[in-house]
Every structure is written in C-alpha cells, then in structure tokens.
Design a protein around this ligand. Structure first.
Ligand code: ASP
Ligand code: MG
Length: 418
C-alpha cells in the first residue's frame, strides 16, 4: 500500500462532468489499495475572473482581501469533488487551508508555505477517507487567508506530499507528460519517461508550462517524487502506477536506472528576454559592480552576461539579458547611472530568444556546445550571446529564428521521435 497525493488542474476540474471523471480516477486509485489525498485547482478561468472582480472593485486592492476573493475558486472545487466522490460511494471530505492548517508567510498573493499540520489528514486517510484539499491557499500567522501566487496549486500538492511523506505526488494535467521540447513547435518531440529535478527546472521555460517552477524546487528540496500525467484518460484506464506519464526524480535515482543516458534531455526556448549592451565601459575594478548593483537592488534578474577584454583605450562593451518585462526599468536605472558607470551608449533589443539545450548527461561529455554552434551555423543562425552551466548551454538568437533553431537542435542531438 502506498500513500499518494493526486493533484488536478483547472482544465480537469472545469464543470460537473470533468469533476466526475476526476472522482472516478481518484476512486480507482484508492480501490487499488492506496491512501489518497487530492489537491485541486479552481475551475479553468475562474481565478482570472476573480482577479478581475478585485481590479474592478478597487484598482489599488489590498492583497489580503484579494486573497479572500481569489482563494474561493478552490474552495468550490474541493467541496464539489468531495460531494462527487460521496455520490460514487466513497468516504471523502474537504480540508480547507485554514482547517489543516497550511501555515504560510503573510506575503499576501505570493505567500510561501512554512508548515502543514498533517496529523488530522493522516488519521482520516488511514480511516479510509479521501482527503480533498484546495490548492493555492493557506493561513498566515495573523490568521488571514493567503494565496501562493498564480499556478500555486502545484506547490500546494508537493508541500502536502512532503508533509504526508507520500510515496508519490501525481500531477494530472491537460498534457500527458514532459516532452523533449514544445510539441507545438516540433511534431517529433518525444515524451520523456524520466527527467531530473534540475533538468525540469531548466526546461520549465519550454512553451508548455507544465508545472509551477516553485513546485519543482520544493520537490527537489524535499525529495518528493513527482509524476506528470494526463487526466484525460479512458474511463477504464488503470491507476496511475502503470500509466506512462513523466516521472521527475533525483539524479541518483536516474543514475541507477539508465545505463545509456541521453546526452541532451530537452530543448527550451524563451522569448521573454531582452538584450542590453553598454558600450565603452571603463575597464577598471568596480565598473561591472556599478552596472549590476543597481539592477540587483531593484530585484531585476540578470541572466546572461558577456564582457569583452579591453581594447586599446581601456574600454570594453558589456552585454547582458534581463526579462523583457523589466527592460524599461533597466533602461531607466542605467540611464540614471550613466555618469557613475561611465559608459558611452546603451543599446537594447527585445527581439531576441534564448535557446537552451539541457541534460544531466552533458556533465560527463565534451562537445555538447560545439554540436550546438555547428548546427546553428549550418542554418546561418547567428549567436549573439552564450552562457553555460553544468547541465545547460544557452545561446541568444534573433527571435524570428526561434522555431527553426529548436527544430534544428532537436534533430542534431538525436531527439526526434517517430
Ligand atoms: N487557481 C490558481 C491559478 O489559476 C492556482 C492554480 O490553479 O494552480 O493561478
Ligand atoms: Mg497549473
């Protein structure tokens, strides 16, 4: 017997029929002899609708009251799922965030989970009752309802799984797993049977945002085994133990299982970056600190950075990327610091994309970057910046060439399926 946390997203919970389908999947999992807790999202579109009401009521809304409003979507679906399970003859009840409680920080609208009291849950589950828990919500130390940030139900599910020391956290969604790249770009993308936490974090930016990134970091920290699978399965499908989703596991677990590990696991494309170049920055101690200090203070996340060696005049160009949404703020900050930094000109370009090849297999292999550069060169795709980590090589290219680059690299690393 295993203890399993099942999480269902908004599309799976959208309406009576779909909730009935979810209830049958949950019932089958329990009937297979497992203890089951279920974490649910609000119905698809519901949270957006609630956010809009808050905006209409008061453009400068109080985040604490916003949380009262937006947390309600999950309250509805958790109650409905408990009712539907009862209609199928199962013992089930809902446990709202404040009832367990799920203790969080008091950063409303983006709270962090601190601790979950799981004793009552465990007792109920051991008594054969299915525990239904609304995702996304918690309770602050000031006894107020909090929410975890958009997409936060994934994080709720992983946190509940960690608190319950569950054997697995199954995330049911509208895709059937994690792919080598976005299947909408590459028809030959393949579903991955396994991927490591680190790879998943790097691949999170691939078009289909399968899991909230925070939930993957949490799973890695807590060692929760996460499985991604589709909730749109046949009525007579077996329980998840034998369904072919994608398992997200630790490096160590993968090592034991795969003799011949793929060099590259997947390819991610991110169009939400912008490139900034400062020309003729003085090549002296403190110059780079003067650029990135103010950006850090403004919470702007700098990703790729390139600095050339100085030319004859003791000056150098510095290029880096920031999220497109932070470009305007970055420009304003650096404009204000122009004299302090002492650069000549600022040039920016948001029509760029970052393409990353990701894989723990590259740790022990040379030539991964060279393959990437050659494949792109063969298609005359120009590389504007490069960065690498232990399990990733990223290049910055013209945004118009994103799809071509992803396809070419998918083939170059032998990832194409049938
Ligand atoms: N309902 C929330 C949202 O849409 C949380 C979630 O579904 O993960 O952001
Ligand atoms: Mg989601």
């Amino acid at each position: 017997m295993a203890r399993i946390v099942m999480k269902f997203g908004g599309t799976s919970m959208a309406g009576t029929e779909r909730i009935r389908r979810v209830a049958r999947i949950v019932q089958r999992q329990q009937a297979a002899g497992h203890e089951v807790a279920v974490v649910v999202s609000a119905m698809a579109g519901e949270t957006d609708r609630l956010v809009n009401f808050c905006r209409e009521a008061n453009t400068l809304y109080d985040p604490a009251e916003y949380d009262v409003v937006v947390a309600s979507g999950e309250q509805v679906t958790s109650g409905l799922l408990a009712l539907t399970l009862q209609a199928l003859g199962c013992k089930a009840r809902s446990w709202l965030g404040w009832q367990l409680p799920i203790h969080t920080s008091d950063a409303h609208a983006k709270a962090r989970i601190l601790e979950i009291d799981s004793a009552a849950l465990i007792a109920a589950m051991q008594g054969g009752e299915i525990a239904v828990i609304p995702g996304f919500q918690g309770l602050s130390e000031h006894n107020r309802i909090t929410t975890l940030g958009r997409g936060g139900s994934d994080t709720s599910a992983v946190a509940v799984a960690a608190a319950l020391k569950a054997d697995r956290c199954d995330i049911y969604t509208d895709v059937d797993g994690v792919y080598t790249t976005d299947p909408r770009i590459v028809a030959k993308a393949r579903k991955l049977a396994r991927v490591t936490y680190e790879e998943m974090l790097e691949l999170a930016s691939v078009g289909s945002k399968v899991l909230q990134t925070r939930s993957v970091s949490l799973a890695m920290k807590e060692g929760v085994r996460v499985q991604v699978l589709s909730s749109f399965i046949d009525d007579d499908a077996p329980p998840a133990d034998s369904l072919p989703g994608t398992m997200i596991v630790s490096d160590a677990e993968l090592e034991g299982q795969e003799m011949e590990r793929q060099l590259i696991t997947g390819i991610a494309a991110d169009k939400n970056e912008a490139k900034v170049t400062l020309t003729r920055v003085p090549d002296q101690p403190g110059a780079v600190a003067a650029i990135f200090g103010p950006l850090a203070a403004a919470q702007i996340n700098v990703d790729m950075i390139i600095q050339n060696i100085a030319k004859d005049k003791g000056e150098t160009d510095v290029t880096f990327t920031v999220p497109s949404s932070d470009l305007a703020r970055t420009q304003a900050l650096l404009e204000a610091q122009k004299d302090t930094i002492g650069y000549f000109r600022m040039i920016s370009d948001s029509h760029v994309a970052k393409i990353s090849v990701v894989g723990v297999g590259m740790r022990s292999h040379a030539g991964v970057a060279a393959t990437m550069f050659k494949a792109l060169a063969d298609r005359r795709i120009n590389i504007q910046a490069i960065s690498t980590s232990e399990i990733k090589v990223s290049v910055l290219i013209d945004e118009d060439e994103t799809e071509l680059a992803v396809r070419v690299l998918h083939t170059a690393y032998g990832l194409d399926g049938e």
